[in-house]
Design a protein around this ligand. Structure first.
Ligand code: HEC
Length: 229
């Protein structure tokens, strides 16, 4: 605050002399007022807060981005629907059915990300375990053998047995997901393992739609019975 007597340099309440600075824009001149201390404090506080903020959000893999939170929420909703599927069978028709439905593959992908990606790579390209995106397989020849390998493990536990760690439904869902990765042939740090096996059977046909009801009326004459007759 300043008292402004014409002809005298204005003086602030605390005795500080307001100096008018040299420059002038469109007739507007400005005082050499220091930035208020509350403004400085906020400025310094934002810098201080940014340091732990950066460390927390940029280096902590547990912290989810907004997109990841949405994706997780979606999978949680889908997992509730899994319960409605009842006990899944580990057979080929079940796997094909799950592979044809993007929503079940999403659930499978989330099980994969948590349990399998560390060894088979985030995209299934293989790291410690074999590449899941090529046509070479070491422990199986048919689609239905995937859940078998997952349940029992392979190579003396190099591929762990998941029987006691995942529910049967989760094993079937993750197996369908793993099977769906085939054919992308992602470049892998590992050489192809095993032999080329026959392609998976054709995908499951979508659930048949009920046949259209025959038109009301006499088909032979083409007469339509009047309503209520
Ligand atoms: C500790 C590392 C590890 C984890 C975790 C792991 N695997 Fe494996 N997996 C392997 C290894 C190693 C092999 C190859 C075993 C061998 O040499 O025969 C393998 C093999 C497989 C195979 C057979 C591939 C083939 O070519 O025969 C399938 C299918 C498979 N894993 C699926 C999964 C799924 C699904 C999960 C998650 C539920 C999973 N794995 C988790 C290490 C792992």
């Amino acid at each position: 605050m300043s008292t402004n007597t014409p002809g005298k340099a204005p003086t602030t309440v605390d005795g500080h002399k307001d100096l008018i600075l040299e420059h002038e824009y469109d007739g507007i001149r400005e005082y050499d007022n220091p930035i208020p201390s509350w403004f400085h404090l906020i400025f310094i506080a934002t810098i201080l807060i940014s340091i732990p903020y950066y460390i927390y959000y940029e280096t902590n893999s547990e912290v989810l981005t907004a997109e990841e939170r949405v994706a997780r929420e979606e999978v949680m909703q889908l997992r509730k629907q899994v319960a409605a599927l009842g006990e899944l069978s580990t057979d080929e028709p079940t796997l094909l059915k799950l592979m044809a439905e993007p929503k079940w593959l999403k659930v499978g992908a989330s099980i994969y990300a948590t349990n399998c990606a560390s060894c088979h790579g985030p995209a299934g390209q293989g790291t410690i375990g074999p590449n899941m995106t090529d046509d070479h397989y070491k422990n199986l020849k048919t689609l239905a053998e995937i859940p078998k390998v997952v349940i029992e493990g392979a190579n003396q536990g190099a591929m762990p047995a998941w029987r006691t760690r995942l529910s049967t439904n989760n094993i079937v869902l993750v197996s369908a997901y793993v099977a769906s990765l085939r054919g992308q042939n992602l470049p892998s740090a590992r050489p192809a393992e095993g032999e080329v096996i026959p392609p998976w059977p054709a995908p499951a046909a979508p659930a048949p739609t009920p046949a259209p009801k025959p038109a009301a009326g006499n088909a032979s004459t083409g007469h339509v019975r009047p309503a209520g007759a």
